[in-house]
Design a binder for this molecule. Structure first.
Ligand code: SAM
Length: 341
């Protein structure tokens, strides 16, 4: 966009400045990818140099004015950003300018902090089947058994982010093969209640809680699961413990066989596991569109999102959205498909 044609865009589009949540201020590129995938069905445009982009923790998108109400609904379910402003170009005392035009900022959406807190693992209610005890225990604030392999309860912003990276408005069926205390199932239901979620976890005590959150749940190792349907999305946080590494890869290899050709996969892992996962995903024939490290309050984690759908991959590349904090295969694919080289 140039100074000369900016007026045409401003007539047709609203510019939304998205503000990162304090806890994810350092994960701006993941936040951009999350917003882009969540709003892609609305044909949004990412502005790499938007009006507030010189302010810490902000980036901008353009949405057609006729689609602003649809965008508003989606913004309430975003993970890494929690406040959204409209950029208003009109007579104003403000000194700030963009493309030679003065603008002011008007709050558009501020996520409900109480609602967010009620969804956090500290406050959620979960049901456990304690061996030898009957009936099931309903507990508040369940965070796993404290063992290396039994740590659970992913923060709400990460659960939402993983779902949004998989384009939730286009998901009918979702599988979480390492479901734990159900943060991802819960977030999926909040973001798009029409999503039908299937979960797997090897630990039998989780069954009543995951079923309570609405999942069709199976107790088994992810590598052993068999389904008679394919899924639009596989979204999960794998166990971070080193001793789980081989079963994580075996499990993912099995469940990726149940991903639809145009489906999306988004996975949170430890940073240590990320390199191997990245290679594994590429070797599975998927195209990586988001691959970044995320610091989760001192826990070094990483997110990878990929698809078998070349058209989606190209749309992503076309949007000029940052791809990867490390070399992936995406630019090569874009070059091949778009005839850039
Ligand atoms: C990091 S936790 C998932 C936490 C979840 N995202 C949450 O919000 O609570 C990983 C889960 O994988 C389960 N798990 C470990 N190995 C498994 C395997 N081979 N197949 C299926 N589940 C497994 C563990 O029991 C644990 O609940």
């Amino acid at each position: 966009m140039t100074k000369a044609d900016a007026g045409d865009y401003i007539d047709k589009y609203h510019i939304i400045a998205c503000g990162l949540r304090n806890s994810r201020l350092k994960a701006k590129q993941v936040a951009v990818a999350e917003l882009y995938m969540a709003l892609l069905p609305l044909d949004i445009i990412y502005l790499s140099n938007g009006p507030l982009s010189d302010e810490k923790g902000f980036f901008c998108f353009m949405v057609e004015k006729s689609r602003i109400e649809a965008a508003k609904k989606i913004l309430h379910g975003i993970g890494y950003c929690n406040v959204f402003h409209l950029i208003v170009f009109e007579e104003t005392e403000e000194k700030r300018t963009w493309k030679g035009r003065r603008f002011s900022v008007r709050e558009f959406v501020r996520q409900d902090a109480d609602l967010y807190a009620s969804q956090s693992p500290h406050n959620r209610v979960f049901a456990l089947a304690i061996p030898g005890e009957n009936p099931t225990h309903v507990v508040k604030g369940y965070r796993g058994d404290g063992s290396l392999t039994g740590r659970r309860a992913l923060p709400v912003e990460d659960c939402r982010c993983l779902i949004n990276l998989a384009m939730p408005q286009k998901i009918e069926t979702l599988l979480d093969p390492f479901a734990g205390a159900g943060g991802i199932v819960y977030a999926a239901g909040f973001i798009n209640p029409a999503i039908r979620t299937t979960t797997i976890d090897i630990d039998p005590i989780l069954s009543p809680g995951l079923e309570m959150y609405g999942a069709m749940h199976y107790v088994c190792a992810a590598a052993e699961a068999r389904f008679c349907e394919k899924f639009d999305a596989i979204v999960t946080e794998v166990p971070f413990a080193e001793e789980s590494d081989s079963s994580v890869l075996e499990g993912l290899r099995n469940v990726l066989g149940y991903l639809k050709r145009d489906g999306r996969v988004s996975i949170m892992s430890s940073l240590r596991q990320h390199e191997v996962l990245h290679k594994f995903i590429c070797d599975s024939g998927l195209h990586v569109y988001c691959s970044y490290a995320v610091n989760r309050k001192g826990t070094d984690a990483a997110i990878i999102a990929a698809t078998g759908d070349l058209h989606l991959e190209v749309a992503y590349c076309h949007g000029n959205v940052p791809h990867s904090g490390r070399p992936g295969n995406s630019s090569r694919i874009r070059d091949r498909v778009m005839g850039y080289s």
